[in-house]
Design a protein around this ligand. Structure first.
Ligand code: PLP
Length: 394
């Protein structure tokens, strides 16, 4: 049996990480892997997370199973964080999942179970895992235009034109904020136009929100998700705490399914529980409990928000420094988009050949689609990157 297995394609980012590790150049810079790093290159445990963990160690009396949807306090706290009071609580079913990836996977399976004929529309480009999971599940999917490689902003007309071809019941996958990989985002007027289209055509939004607090602020980053959810009959939301709580390895995610009628919520909840049961039974608890401990304690929540805001402002400062440095070196404004983008990533919009030259000639590592992780930089490496970008002629 096992001898019949075929080699799986190598994960591009993991392959890049290995190359970076083996590169002896002391000046090498890793802009590939998608984790936040501070100026010292460390992915820190956030202060509030440490405090919540200490509290859990002291007070937790059992590690017994919780429930198929996870700890209800976690679901409630996350619903509050993401949706605030955008929709009545009794319309929302929610289940904890192993990370945001787990939520995405469960959402796709829910769609496949309930409307196997639906097509899932994903942005071009999108987080590669969206497409690979859809392929793995054998689901219909197609891409809508999203990134304009000239302006490095959103090709909004193209997006709307493509989505106008979707059929009623199709699902439109949207990034709630901080689009990965491009960094280019819709403004609220554009989000409203998307909402109008969803309603006009009977399309169902699925929102992936993995970077709340990394863009324009915790509240601002939730605004689009709240607008959509409060304006359409049904919404699926896949949320991740990996980045904004820095609990990557704890696998802390949540799938929310918002029904049109509160009367449908119990059956929807039952389906989320059932999906968890089939795939992994009980979801991980530790990260979820850390998150709910933080969100329900005024002091911990305030400290978490302060650290998250520092993180966000640090990335914004790097963006501005990089855009400014590139303007100085290139004598043009063509890199101004780097300061407009939001979140951890920006897509430079250059060719794989140029990306390879940055690696070979300058020891700068980024994914071949030219996505760079802003958090992989610091005030000292920004000028090095800017010079390399101009040197290779991007
Ligand atoms: N969705 C997007 C767009 C992401 O970028 C990520 C992480 O990179 C995730 C979801 C899920 O992350 P995790 O499964 O680590 O919580």
């Amino acid at each position: 049996m096992l001898s019949n297995l075929k080699q799986q394609p190598a994960d591009k980012i993991l392959a890049l990480m290995a190359m970076y590790r083996d590169d002896p150049r002391p000046t090498k810079i890793d802009l590939g892997v998608g984790v936040y790093k501070n100026a010292e290159g460390v992915t820190p445990v956030m202060r509030a997370v440490k405090a919540a963990e200490r509290r859990l160690v002291e007070t937790q009396t059992s590690k017994s199973y919780v429930g198929l949807a996870g700890d209800p306090a976690y679901g409630d706290a996350m619903i509050g964080l993401i949706l605030a009071d955008a929709v009545a609580r009794d319309r929302i079913a929610a289940a904890a999942t192993p990370g945001g990836t787990g939520a995405v996977r469960q959402a796709f399976e829910l769609i496949r179970n309930t409307s196997p004929e639906a097509t899932v529309w994903v942005s071009n480009p999108t987080w590669p895992n969206h497409v690979s999971i859809l392929n793995y599940l054998g689901m219909n999917h197609t891409a809508y235009r999203y990134f304009d490689s000239e302006t490095r902003g959103v090709d909004f007309d193209g997006m709307i034109e493509d989505l106008a071809a979707a059929k009623a019941g199709d699902v439109v996958l949207l990034h709630g904020c901080c689009h990965n990989p491009t960094g280019a985002n819709l403004n609220l007027t554009q989000w409203q136009a998307v909402v109008d289209l969803l309603n006009e055509k009977g399309l169902i939004p699925m929102i992936d929100i993995a970077y709340q607090g990394f863009g324009d602020g915790l509240e601002q980053d939730g605004a689009a998700t709240r607008l959509v959810t409060s304006s359409v009959p049904e919404t699926l939301i896949a949320a991740s705490c990996s980045k904004n709580f820095g609990v990557y390895r704890e696998r802390t995610g949540l799938l929310m399914a918002v029904s049109q009628e509160a009367g449908n919520t119990a059956v929807t909840q039952g389906n989320l529980n059932h999906l968890n049961r089939q795939n992994f039974s009980f979801p991980p608890d530790h990260g979820a409990r850390v998150v709910s401990t933080i969100l329900t304690d005024d002091a911990l929540r305030a400290d978490w928000m302060a650290e998250l805001e520092d993180t966000r402002l640090g990335m914004l400062a790097l963006r501005e420094q990089l855009a400014g440095e590139l303007q100085r070196l290139s004598g043009s404004d063509r890199f101004g988009f780097l300061a407009q983008h939001r979140g951890m990533f920006s897509q430079l919009g250059t060719t794989p050949e140029m990306v390879e030259r940055l690696r070979a000639e300058h020891g700068i590592y980024m994914v071949s689609d030219s996505r760079l992780n802003i958090a992989g930089l610091n005030a000292h490496t920004v000028p090095v990157l800017a010079k390399a970008i101009v040197d290779v002629g991007i």
